[in-house]
Design a protein around this ligand. Structure first.
Ligand code: ZN
Length: 146
């Protein structure tokens, strides 16, 4: 996956400036965009905190995980890539609403709302594997987390 895609998918907005993109750096207290993304070399660099690298360096730092893990995560993200994510989301949402409908008499309204909120969050953050696991738990009648 491209650095630019990886960064924007994490909700960081970027602005095109000439042949590069700039963004507010998530790694220091940035007010003026000091993170620069270089599409040509598919790399990034923050001129304030002096960190930079490729897509996996960004993910490793952003998610505070080892680079190797970041590589794997990017590989997975690529497999679930943007085009298929639309279908994946719709599929998950369908199953989710069917499941909740089937359980409408066993759960309280507040429970349904809480489950929906949590599920929406997972979908919005494209955490599909967790969303699926969450669905499985709901189907088993679980996830009363408190
Ligand atoms: Zn920075």
């Amino acid at each position: 996956m491209k650095v630019l895609e990886v960064i924007t998918q994490r909700g960081i907005s970027v602005k095109k400036t000439g042949s590069v993109f700039v963004a507010i750096c998530p790694f220091h207290n940035d007010t003026n965009p000091s993170l620069v993304i270089f599409p040509k070399t598919d790399s990034w660099y923050c001129f304030s905190c002096c960190f930079g690298g490729d897509a996996s360096d960004f993910v490793a730092r952003y998610e505070n995980i080892p680079k190797e893990e970041a590589r794997k995560r990017l590989k997975r993200e690529k497999e679930n890539n943007v085009d298929s994510s639309y279908y994946k989301e719709n599929f998950l949402l369908d199953v989710f609403s069917d499941t909740l409908y089937a359980q409408r008499k066993e759960r309280s309204f507040l429970e349904l709302v809480a489950l929906s909120k949590k599920f929406d969050l997972l979908i919005n953050e494209k955490r599909y594997e967790e969303a699926l696991e969450f669905l499985r738990n709901i189907a088993r009648g679980g996830t009363n987390e408190n």
